[in-house]
Design a protein around this ligand. Structure first.
Ligand code: ZN
Length: 424
């Protein structure tokens, strides 16, 4: 029987068919299998892990001992009140390897540390306009903020396994930020590597990905209940970001540059877009377009970077029933719904999650978005699309970034701790 935590992300360890299995590769596979069984079930005993995994109790016990020895798993006190000999409940070790996430956005940067159980242990947002600064200068400030977070983590005994950075732009599979439409001067920057160089404490790994991808991963790992395995997470910040998750995996496209829902055409004769095309979704449902159409004077800003800024402005106008703002949101919702319907028709994802600005504006967007999905998704009668609002708020992307570090260890613990492969 599949339970909710399993649906959120249990994955069998990857099996390479390129080489025959030997005792080391079997052990590597089974370590990941046992660790994930513990991660995605509520405090199972060794006997229950044996049941989930199909391994013998003796094998599970030996692998659990190895995982406990590596500081990844803790074995609790046996639950009282059970008949017979109770087993000790197993869980991920909160003192195990933690992940550092950094998000660099248009008008803020943020730092987050999640521990091995996925709990947020540190979070800080530093507001400030990064459009006026060089990439190097922003990265230096972010590195100082990260160092303070690392000092604090070290104070509570946390060891950081690696760093992941979220950025608002096109990031290829090598982690190179190719272009950030709203951050001039950030072109072909290896953001993860550069930030690692600037942080004084050593980091074992460094990676970088688009903020929309990281926000979708946060939704997958830390989002609403019941957890979703197939969905598109769409967030309006300054641009329109979308992250597509299929079968519990982020869909990146062959180049890593896919998922650009904001540049799907929704109005053939619509306004020119910064990308050079006409009538992109971003020109109807992006934040600047919303502000312009609603007649609001504020400059586009994120809710984290400017809490009293444009998001608040749009919300207040909508709450006050301003006719122009309501018509703007109606049109934006319809355009967003049409673009999402095209995506659902092609990819078949059964759920849409609204994040960022769209989560805040959900009371006005839900109806027009649903109307378009109902009309345009061919399979809607048999497989209706569920629309929900992300519970994660503005820090989803940085939390997802920090989470990728911990997830990498859950997926292949022996890659991080090769000493676990030595059998005694
Ligand atoms: Zn465009």
């Amino acid at each position: 029987v599949e339970d909710a935590t399993e649906r959120r992300g249990i994955r069998r360890a990857a099996i390479s068919l390129a080489v025959p299995a030997n005792s080391q590769s079997l052990r590597r596979h089974n370590l990941a299998l046992v660790l994930q069984s513990i991660a995605h079930r509520g405090r199972p005993t060794r006997a229950q892990v044996a049941g989930f995994s199909g391994l013998t109790k003796a094998t599970v016990s030996s692998l659990v001992d190895t995982l406990v020895g590596a500081g990844l798993v803790i074995s609790g006190d046996p639950d009282r009140g059970l008949v017979g000999r109770p087993g000790s409940p197993l869980g991920l070790d909160p003192a195990g390897p933690a992940g550092l996430g950094v998000e660099i956005n248009v008008d803020y940067f943020s730092v987050c540390i999640v521990d091995f159980t996925g709990a947020v242990r540190f979070e800080r947002v530093v507001a400030g306009d990064n459009r006026q600064r060089s990439a190097e200068s922003v990265l230096r400030s972010a590195a100082r903020a990260a160092e303070r977070a690392l000092d604090e983590a070290a104070g509570s005994g946390l060891e950081i396994a690696g760093l992941a950075v979220a950025v608002p732009g096109l990031v290829d599979l090598d982690g190179v930020l190719r272009r950030a439409p709203n951050l001039p001067g950030w072109e072909d920057v290896e953001v993860g590597e550069r930030l690692r160089d600037l942080i004084r404490q050593p980091m074992r790994t460094a990676s970088c990905d688009n903020e929309a991808n990281h926000a979708a991963l946060a939704e997958l790992w830390f989002g609403g209940e019941p957890p979703l395995r197939d969905f598109v997470h769409v967030s309006g910040e300054i641009g329109v970001g979308a992250g597509i998750v299929v079968g519990g995996e982020l869909w990146r496209g062959a180049s890593g540059l896919g998922g650009e829902l904001g540049h799907v055409m929704v109005e053939p004769d619509g306004p020119m877009c910064s990308c050079g095309a006409r009538g992109c979704l971003e020109q109807v449902a992006g934040q600047e377009a919303l502000l312009r159409a609603a007649g609001a004077p504020a400059r586009a800003a994120t809710a984290l970077g400017a809490p009293d800024g444009s998001t608040r402005e749009l919300l207040e106008r909508a709450l006050a029933g301003d006719v122009r703002t309501l018509a703007t949101l109606e049109r934006a919702g319809a355009a967003l719904g049409a673009a999402l319907a095209a995506l659902v028709n092609l990819v078949g994802v059964p759920a849409v999650v609204l994040g960022g600005l769209y989560a805040e504006l959900a009371p006005w967007l839900t109806e027009p978005v649903m109307a378009e999905l109902r009309t345009r998704v061919l399979s809607f009668a048999w497989s209706p699309v569920a629309l929900s609002v992300s519970p994660l708020g503005g820090t989803a992307a940085v939390r997802g970034a920090a989470g990728t570090v911990v997830r990498a260890i859950l997926e292949d613990p022996a890659a991080w701790f090769p000493e676990m492969l030595a059998t005694s």
